[in-house]
Design a binder for this molecule. Structure first.
Ligand SMILES: [Zn+2]
Length: 273
């Protein structure tokens, strides 16, 4: 017990010192929610990383030849992007794959898989996913994740300093516990927090652009049906919130988004097929 106290005490002290220097240079705020963020890389570095990774991924994947899907995704993306706070060089593409997924890289580089479009009913549902992915970019969630990775390493260095006079067996045991503890205690909860934030921001973005935010909830209910019976990890071991919790949160955000939608220039909610 004394050892735990001692290690923890000097660990906290070393960590405090190391992060102090980082904190001075790195405070920003997420758009829409106004959440304070710690981001240790510049936005232009982040955008460059996003662009390089995007070109790499797309060159190794097959782009979709489904013209209905491609034009719907590009139309919705280009419709929503001007309603955000960022003036990125946006990219929207569809990849030929049955995966039910979509993703976004820093700087607004977005891809949908055909599989997620297969389960959607209309462009309002594309707008729901698009708003969510766009929000990951404008809120700089990629930069935040990279920063959390840096801090995890800083923590490991601080731990090394704190433990330097201890028995090697104790050092080993503490390091063995460090990564899972940081994952379960910090990285995974943080990732889920970003997901909720992207959900809320995405609803605001789609509503500003004239898409009915109710479609976000409709889509997650379809997702729930599609994944029925499939095994999934408990929420505390997952990067994403469980779908039921997501729907609950979206229902809470809905009134705020509906107000925005009612003042918008409404887009027709075209069927995809
Ligand atoms: Zn997400």
């Amino acid at each position: 017990m004394r050892l735990v106290k001692k290690v923890f005490g000097s660990f906290k002290y070393s960590l405090l010192l190391l992060t102090f220097f980082l904190l001075i240079v790195a405070c920003s705020k997420a758009p829409v929610t106004g959440r304070s963020q710690l981001i240790l890389i510049s936005e232009s570095q982040e955008i460059q990383l996003g662009l390089t990774a995007y070109d790499q991924v797309l060159s190794s994947e097959k782009l979709s030849s489904n013209q209905e899907y491609v034009s719907a995704v590009k139309r919705v993306g280009n419709k929503i992007a001007p309603f955000t706070e960022k003036n990125y060089n946006w990219r929207f593409n569809v990849i030929e794959s049955s995966q039910v997924n979509a993703w976004c890289l820093p700087g607004g580089k977005i891809a949908f898989y055909e599989g997620i479009l297969d389960i959607m009913e209309n462009e309002g549902q594309i707008a729901a996913v698009m708003g969510h992915e766009i929000a990951h970019a404008t809120a700089r969630h990629g930069g935040e994740r990279i920063s959390l990775g840096i801090l995890t390493q800083v923590g490991a260095i601080a731990l090394q300093i704190a433990l330097r006079e201890e028995d090697p067996a104790i050092q080993y045991a503490v390091f063995q516990a460090y990564i899972p503890a940081v994952s379960i205690g910090a990285i995974l909860p943080f990732s889920r927090k970003q997901e909720y934030e992207a959900d809320r921001m995405g609803m605001v973005y789609m509503a500003r652009a004239g898409y009915d935010p109710q479609e976000a909830i409709n889509l997650w209910k379809i997702m729930l049906e599609v994944n029925k019976g499939k095994e999934r990890p408990p929420q505390w071991l997952s990067t994403h919130p469980i779908t039921e919790n997501r729907i609950k949160e979206l229902e809470e955000f809905l009134p705020e988004a509906l107000e925005i939608y009612n003042d918008s220039d409404k887009e027709p909610n075209r069927k995809i097929r």
